[in-house]
Ligand binder design. Structure first.
Ligand code: ZN
Length: 328
């Protein structure tokens, strides 16, 4: 599992732009930093900005770049500072302003695709393939009010599942969404973290922050989580201890909108709701209520869309049933 970084290369921090050339639509650049440690060890990829309106991960990687001393590092860290530059600079939620695609649904990408697909292809080839472990860093998007949590994929492969669970506990966010429904075909992995997992590399997706904010608490939670993972992988000697216990959300349900219109959310994130509770109602553009969205289960609201625009079929909320261990 562990790839040794070459002893011939000195410890160093190097940053560059990974170019995604124009092809049919506009090109872009992906800012990348490689921190090469002074001793052999695993390669850890940290990816921020698959969604360009999600700022705490992007700010956390800038902070980590200044904190990690290559002389005290074993192995190598590869940071993608802002994966989706068109969406970041265009300030768009979910979708690229260039091709209308959700970057975190087009992995592993295509060399001859649209710009989102070419970004995914470049990250798959240049960042995920050379890595041993991958953390895909997100938060609630600009419209999502979200409590911090992580996704723990369950694959059925005991060794892989154990390694993913180790990453989760080491990262230190104590609410864990158990996800058994991710793709298994590496050619149709769709998600960034699933691209890693279907290639045999333990990975997790982190959610810390929401609503287009850049709050210190959400940034620092990611910084601390990465330090915890570095310690767990023995890439650094010191770091936060792993969690002793987590709250597992299993099952979870993403509730989508039955209508297009104006959304009025009726609950807060992190609120406990009974099955059937009104999560939101939707009006037409004149104010008449045209739909209600209710919770399909007794659980905890992990996120709720909290801005007015809503399109039929898009997520309104995610509700999960808390328990002390994942269901067997
Ligand atoms: Zn995201």
């Amino acid at each position: 599992m562990t790839r040794e970084s070459g002893p011939e290369q000195p410890a160093a921090i190097e940053s560059r732009i990974l170019e995604v050339p124009a092809a049919g639509d506009t090109g872009t650049g992906i800012p990348i930093t490689v921190i090469r440690g002074s001793r052999p060890g695993p390669v850890l990829a940290l990816i921020a900005g698959n969604h360009g309106y999600e700022y705490p991960p992007i700010l956390a990687l800038q902070r980590l770049r200044g904190q990690i001393d290559p002389a005290e590092l074993s192995g190598r860290i590869v940071m993608v500072h802002t994966a989706n530059m068109p969406s970041f600079l265009g300030r768009t939620v979910y979708f690229s302003p260039v091709d209308g695609k959700n970057l975190n649904r087009v992995y592993p990408g295509r060399i001859d695709g649209t710009v989102s697909e070419r970004i995914a292809y470049a990250i798959t080839k240049e960042v995920i393939e050379p890595a041993d472990y991958v953390l895909d860093l997100h938060c609630g998007d600009g419209n999502e009010w979200l409590r911090p949590y992580v996704y723990q994929n369950v694959t059925g492969n005991a060794a892989m599942d154990h390694s993913i669970a180790r990453l989760v506990m080491a990262f230190g966010i104590d609410h864990v969404v158990v996800d058994r429904d991710r793709p298994t075909d590496p050619a149709r992995s769709l998600y960034c973290s699933t691209t890693a997992i279907t290639s045999g590399k333990p990975a997790m997706t982190v959610e810390s922050g929401s609503m287009g904010m850049s709050d210190e608490e959400s940034v620092e939670r990611i910084v601390n989580g990465v330090h915890g993972v570095l310690r767990e992988l023995r890439m650094k000697e010191h770091g936060p201890e792993p969690l002793p216990q987590a709250v597992y959300l299993d099952p979870t349900a993403v509730v989508t909108s039955p209508e297009t219109g104006i959304l009025y959310s009726q609950v807060e994130c992190d609120q406990t709701v009974p099955k059937g509770a009104l999560l939101a109602h939707i009006t037409d553009f004149f104010g008449k209520t045209i739909a209600e969205v209710r919770s399909p289960l007794d659980g905890l609201v992990l996120y709720i869309v909290a801005t007015p625009p809503i399109t039929k079929g898009q997520p309104v909320a995610c509700v999960g049933v808390p328990r002390s261990s994942p269901r067997l």
